[in-house]
Write a protein that binds this ligand. Structure first.
Ligand code: ZN
Ligand code: FE
Length: 254
């Protein structure tokens, strides 16, 4: 129903081209650059209808204006970031619904990495485009939000159906996994996954998408309320928020 094309750009960014074949509608999520998107559109004979931005950072909106100029596409982006999203046409807030042809997306607000960050969740397809909020075995740095905001945002994503595919905006998996192992060295699923991740990266194959289920089993930032993680940071009786805050602090210094 929804074709998803993953374009690796810059050092470690992923741009996603989404194509709904029935209505022939196409969107791009977080175009860091315009040219790789234009090349791919041309190769496939697709016309760009929408840009979806998760947040205002330049490695997510860098291609906005050139793509809009080229295609006349509409730019949908967070309401809270309206003043700093180049070319924004439609401002999105938590709970909004948008459509790419026959595919419906729900907008969830996930502040933390930035104050206005949103994610795009296709309910029926069970695919999530989460920008820099959730990464494979990691989460975004807290540039504008508080640990409490990010912990709440991650809990929102953690509650999505387990089979949901997670398309994040960066290939940070190897470094994230190495850090995750310092928190939970005895997590068997994590260890097995790191084996797979190392093999994939040695062949330059993306480790994205992940799934919510896999993140629940291996992502320390999803697991701040697990006894094993609380114990690992030496705070067996601390609140999940305190544990999350401590893990985030450690990762910043890792
Ligand atoms: Zn960012
Ligand atoms: Fe980014």
């Amino acid at each position: 129903m929804l074709e998803i094309i993953q374009l690796p750009v810059l050092n470690d960014n992923y741009i996603y081209l989404l194509h709904e074949p029935v209505g022939g509608k196409t969107a791009v999520v977080d175009p860091a650059l315009a040219q790789p998107v234009l090349d791919e559109l041309q190769r496939r004979g697709w016309h760009l209808d929408f840009i979806f931005n998760t947040h205002h950072h330049s490695d997510h909106v860098g291609g906005n204006l050139a793509l809009k100029q080229h295609s006349g596409c509409r730019i949908l982006a967070p309401q809270a970031d309206s003043h700093r999203i180049p070319g924004i046409d439609q401002a999105l807030s938590d709970g909004d619904k948008i459509a790419l042809g026959a595919v419906n997306f729900s907008i969830l607000a996930t502040p933390g990495h930035t104050s206005g960050h949103i994610v795009f969740y296709a309910d029926e397809e069970q695919v999530l485009f989460c920008g820099d909020t959730l990464f494979v075995m990691g989460c975004g740095r807290l540039f504008e939000g508080s640990p409490e905001q990010m912990w709440q945002s991650l809990q929102k994503l953690r509650a999505l159906p387990p089979q949901t595919k997670v398309y994040c905006a960066h290939e940070y998996t190897l470094a994230n996994g190495r850090f995750a192992l310092t928190v939970e060295p005895d997590n068997a699923v994590l260890n097995a996954r790191m084996g797979e991740v190392k093999k994939l990266r040695s062949e330059n194959i993306p480790t994205v998408p992940s799934t919510i289920a896999l993140e629940r089993a291996t992502n320390p930032f999803f697991r701040a309320d697990e006894a094993s993680v609380k114990a690992a940071v030496g705070q067996p009786d601390a609140s999940p928020l305190a544990v999350f805050t401590e893990i985030r602090k450690r990762k910043d210094k890792f």
